[in-house]
Design a protein around this ligand. Structure first.
Ligand code: THG
Length: 263
């Protein structure tokens, strides 16, 4: 499982404040803590309240690059913000994200090619969030087709079914899990899959339990990557154990410690 730490997001009060006050230490602490806990990459999102996302994203990326050379996942719905982030990137990069809208695909796929970036494609369009599996697959196919036409390598594309909160979209959870598996048969080579895990428990109680149960199930359906809270130790333990059960890790008495040493 490729783990992208979600905590550098202006949606969190401490990060929102650090961005406003240009408090580098708070951002650096958050970056190092997530990587020490096992994150393979870090999501970077200015949050909905940033008044200057174009300069804030550059500041965040530059500060984070002072403490790590892990890949950064530039998270914005605005292509200009992603473009601005790419201008200062030194680490490997994941573009988060394009939708299935052609206006976005025509800007973001060439940018991903230019910067040798991986690309996250949300199965969503200007028409809104799909309500069933067929609509999700149709949008996924649109994204895959655009990437192929523009010569972007499909194995660098991560399709995201958009995880909805279980307390408002309970009836869609099974579709979301099943489509993760079905993304793989859209093309050869297969696109990869990713979810924003914490969405599933927004507004619910027992958040950590809901997150790790969903993650375990999604791993069984072939999930490749997740944006999640790497400081949730039970969550990472569940992820490692799910991979053990699927025979992706070798069992030994202290497999959790052994696997963590490899992180
Ligand atoms: N797919 C992709 N990218 C994404 C998402 C996705 N990026 C953003 C988001 N979804 C993933 N990141 C988060 C980060 C935090 C939370 C959920 C998803 C979260 N935050 C608390 C809340 O809203 O309750 C905030 C708590 C606080 O304020 O302290 O749950 O799906 N590609």
């Amino acid at each position: 499982m490729f783990i992208i730490g979600e905590l550098i997001n202006g949606m969190y009060a401490n990060i929102g404040r650090a961005i406003r006050e240009k408090n580098k230490d708070e951002i650096k602490r958050c970056a190092v803590a997530q990587i020490s806990a096992g994150a393979d990459a870090l999501d970077v999102n200015c949050g909905p309240d940033s008044r200057n996302p174009i300069s804030d994203i550059q500041w965040l990326i530059q500060v984070i690059q002072e403490v790590t050379d892990k890949p950064l996942c530039i998270d914005s719905s605005k292509p200009q913000v992603i473009k601005s982030g790419l201008e200062v990137i030194k680490n490997k990069v994941i573009i988060n994200s394009t939708t299935a809208d052609l206006e976005k695909l025509d800007i973001l796929v060439p940018l991903a090619k230019k910067y040798n970036a991986k690309l996250i494609g949300l199965t969503i369009s200007a028409k809104g969030i799909p309500q069933n599996k067929d609509q999700r697959l149709e949008l996924a196919a649109t994204i895959v087709a655009s990437c192929s036409e523009q010569g972007f390598p499909i194995e660098d594309l991560y399709l995201d079914p958009i995880v909805l909160p279980v307390n408002v979209a309970q009836a869609q959870m099974r579709d979301i899990l099943e489509v993760i598996n079905e993304f793989k048969i859209i093309s050869e080579p297969s696109p990869k899959s990713i979810v924003g895990l914490s969405n599933v428990s927004q507004g619910a109680c027992n958040r950590s339990l809901i997150n790790r149960t969903f993650l375990t199930m999604a791993i069984a359906f072939g999930l490749d990557a997740a944006i999640l809270d790497p400081l949730d130790k039970d969550l990472l333990d569940a992820s490692i154990t799910a991979e053990l059960i699927l025979n992706k890790q070798i069992y030994c008495g202290s497999y959790l410690e052994a696997y963590r040493k490899l992180l």
